[in-house]
Design a protein around this ligand. Structure first.
Ligand SMILES: O=P(O)(O)OC[C@H]1O[C@H](OP(=O)(O)OP(=O)(O)O)[C@H](O)[C@@H]1O
Length: 181
């Protein structure tokens, strides 16, 4: 495991993002919408840096299976912690933009809530993996094409608690044994 972004660097990145978000949304009705589960640490830190008023919602999404069992569309769970967002400016908060498919699937679903606008902020954007024509509006850090864990992000349910972000090599992932944890 190799540390990619230490705690100080993350703090500076979140500060920078908070300033950009404040500039864009000052005087507007803003709702932050965190995408469970990976975004929770980033969202909690971002919330404490923002000084403008805002609402908060959390959504979880579910991958609908297709008839032939291929991965299907992501659909926002009906029981998501979503207050009224009609007429509000939604800012989707996610930990990482990798292929982009999560944002690609989720953004259009806000149309039915009659929001004023939908944009997105991610802590990390992985380079060279984008598969869709939608990019995040606010990005904390660009990272290389490596698998990362920590600061909310997991590998098989582990490492979300690390206060820094580290990369796992393909060998480390292949040799990962839950019984060693
Ligand atoms: O750009 P993409 O390729 O769509 O990848 C990004 C998504 O993947 C991760 O979620 P994951 O499905 O691993 O769930 P988790 O947040 O519960 O860990 C992450 O939190 C993003 O939501």
């Amino acid at each position: 495991m190799q540390v990619l972004l230490d705690e100080n660097t993350l703090r500076e990145g979140v500060d920078r993002l908070a300033q950009q978000i404040e500039e864009r949304y000052r005087g507007k009705k803003l709702t932050l919408v965190g995408v469970l589960l990976g975004s929770v640490v980033f969202l909690a830190d971002l919330m404490r840096r923002l000084t403008i008023p805002y609402g908060v919602a959390m959504i979880s999404s579910r991958q609908m299976a297709t008839e032939d069992n291929r991965p299907g569309h992501l659909v926002i769970h009906a029981d998501s912690l979503m207050p009224e967002v009609k007429g509000r400016h939604v800012l989707i908060i996610d930990d990482i933009y990798d292929t982009g498919e999560t944002l690609w699937e989720l953004i259009p679903q806000f149309d039915e809530f009659n929001v004023s606008s939908v944009h997105s902020a991610v802590l990390l954007r992985k380079k060279g993996r984008q598969r869709v024509p939608v990019a995040p509006d606010f990005v904390g850090f660009e990272i290389p094409d490596v698998y990362v864990v920590g600061y909310g992000m997991d590998y098989r349910g582990y490492y979300r608690n690390l206060p820094y972000i580290a990369s796992l090599s393909p060998e480390e992932m292949a040799n990962f044994r839950e019984n060693d944890r």
